[in-house]
Design a protein around this ligand. Structure first.
Ligand code: MN
Length: 513
């Protein structure tokens, strides 16, 4: 089963009746061929559904409004086989609320020099038709992706596929609930922001959820359920024999961690939530030494790790923007091989041109990015309200390229910051046994970290091996938010200019927020 089976992308062909009904019938047949070809290419992860030709303002408006109201439809692809006079697209485009991709293509590939006649021309005029459509989108300031290429060309298909995955994640985010167990860490600015604006602009909803409510779920978890989950851990992960021996501290800590995972999953499912945040200072107020203590005896790090791999968004220390972003990245990368995770810039490794940043969190890294079978370990963790031996999965991450991203609230707008990074070989940390990755940001540590800091980027980010910046360009376009891309071409001088130019642009563009 394909992860995106519940979705459709609609294809609408722009036409007009100037060339007679026969031409439109022929274009209709061409359009069906093109849609079938794309669906059969195996390159587009979402089914494309042909919705016919649009020949008038009324027809355009009808199909756009139908798309808005159809839950399966996550976006529209338009193609103008010929001049589809664009004033007839004004009302439709003004009402469209789904992502738009304008495909500049043509049914025919090479010009049939010897046989081309006027009938052929009437069916293969997207060279000017798509420009007329592009003009009205530009004039109306309609956000969209323009893909250029023949419809049988794999490179064009791959650009459509990127947009399709982003559009699917966008649809998922419009129905996204993030639960916050506890607030931000005291006084931390970068992980906070305007939750009303986030819902207005990016679609997701963030709810405070008292830890006491989570504890009501915790109390209902049965010992049998916990025993079964612990048995699953022992099959999945390497571990010391002690962790399987009832009566030992290690066994008890793993058992308690499993119970916490079951409680978190239960409340997320009960509320239909797609992500959550935790706060290590808020795990319930009871005294852990009280014989009647009921609650989390340790940070639910193992639970967060495993729930991330299941598709739940997660942000540490109340970071709801990261939780929502991780859910979107997980959603759009379904079926892709390398994985994604919440990460934190942990500590720096100065080494000249190879200077790098160790990525970790206290415990909460998704095992999706592990280079080897994760190891289940229990070690003392001396932070937060529970300074306790704590269960966690320990691993290092794959050596490969990736991209990391964060969203920050600039007060008048959201800013997406994206950095291409190269994960390199890391070393074990015997005195700090946590999951980690080690990367050099593009273009190098000095410029990459400097640009990120100038842009106001978080110490938290959402990392993916499978995405590249094109996915984020499509996301920013659909959301209508600012995007800054730090890559191999970035210089501090040009980046500062971009920051200043964007400041002016977003001050003038009142439509955004
Ligand atoms: Mn953190």
């Amino acid at each position: 089963m394909n992860a995106f089976d519940q979705f459709e992308i609609w294809w609408v062909t722009g036409a007009q009746l100037l060339y007679g009904g026969d031409a439109v019938v022929a274009v209709d047949a061409h359009s069906k061929d093109m849609v079938d070809g794309l669906n059969q290419s195996g390159n587009i992860p979402v089914k494309i559904v042909y919705k016919g030709t649009a020949n008038s303002s009324k027809e355009v408006e009808a199909v756009m409004k139908a798309a808005n109201n159809d839950e399966k439809c996550i976006g529209i692809i338009t193609w103008m086989h010929t001049f589809s006079p664009a004033k007839m697209w004004i009302h439709g485009l003004q009402s469209l609320r789904k992502p738009l991709l304008h495909f500049h293509t043509q049914y025919n590939a090479e010009i049939p020099w010897d046989t081309m006649d006027m009938d052929f021309m009437n069916l293969n005029q997207s060279a000017h038709g798509d420009r007329e459509f592009g003009h009205i989108c530009a004039r109306l300031r309609i956000p969209r992706k323009v893909v250029v290429g023949h419809w049988k060309d794999e490179s064009a298909q791959k650009h459509i596929a990127v947009w399709a995955r982003v559009a699917a994640a966008w649809a998922d985010a419009q129905d996204m609930l993030i639960l916050r167990f506890g607030d931000q860490m005291n006084n931390v600015a970068v992980t906070d922001g305007d939750k009303v604006a986030a819902e207005q602009v990016m679609g997701y909803h963030v709810d405070y959820t008292p830890v006491s409510e989570l504890m009501e779920y915790f109390k209902k978890i049965t010992d049998a359920e916990v025993d079964a989950l612990v048995a699953e851990y022992m099959k999945l992960y390497d571990h010391e024999a002690e962790l399987e021996t009832p009566g030992t501290e290690g066994y008890q800590k793993v058992w308690n961690a499993a119970k916490a995972e079951l409680a978190l999953r239960a409340i997320l499912k009960a509320k239909g939530a797609k992500g959550f945040t935790t706060n290590f200072d808020d795990l319930g107020n009871d005294d852990i030494n009280d014989p009647n203590f009921v609650g989390f005896d340790q940070i639910p790090g193992l639970a967060s790790q495993r729930l991330m791999a299941e598709g739940y968004g997660f942000g540490g220390e109340g970071d709801w923007k990261s939780a929502a972003l991780l859910r979107s990245v997980w959603f759009m990368t379904q079926g892709m091989p390398m994985g994604c995770s919440f990460l934190e810039d942990y500590t720096l490794n100065f080494n000249g041109k190879n200077s790098s940043i160790l990525q970790a969190h206290m415990l909460e890294i998704s095992p999706m990015i592990a280079a080897q079978k994760p190891r289940l370990e229990v070690h003392f963790l001396g932070i937060g309200v529970r300074k306790q031996p704590t269960a966690r999965l320990v691993f290092t991450s794959k050596v490969a390229k990736g991209v990391t991203a964060t969203v920050v609230d600039m007060g008048n707008r959201f800013r997406l910051i994206v950095n291409d990074v190269n994960c390199i070989e890391t070393k074990p940390l015997p005195k700090l046994p946590v999951a980690s990755a080690l990367w050099i940001p593009e273009p190098d540590f000095e410029v990459g970290a400097g640009a990120w800091i100038l842009a106001g980027g978080t110490h938290h980010s959402i990392f993916s091996y499978d995405l590249d910046a094109e996915y984020w360009q499509d996301y920013a376009e659909i959301a209508g938010i600012e995007m800054l891309h730090i890559n191999h071409d970035t210089t501090i001088e040009s980046f500062k200019k971009e920051l200043r130019m964007n400041e002016v642009y977003y001050m003038l563009n009142k439509a955004l927020r």
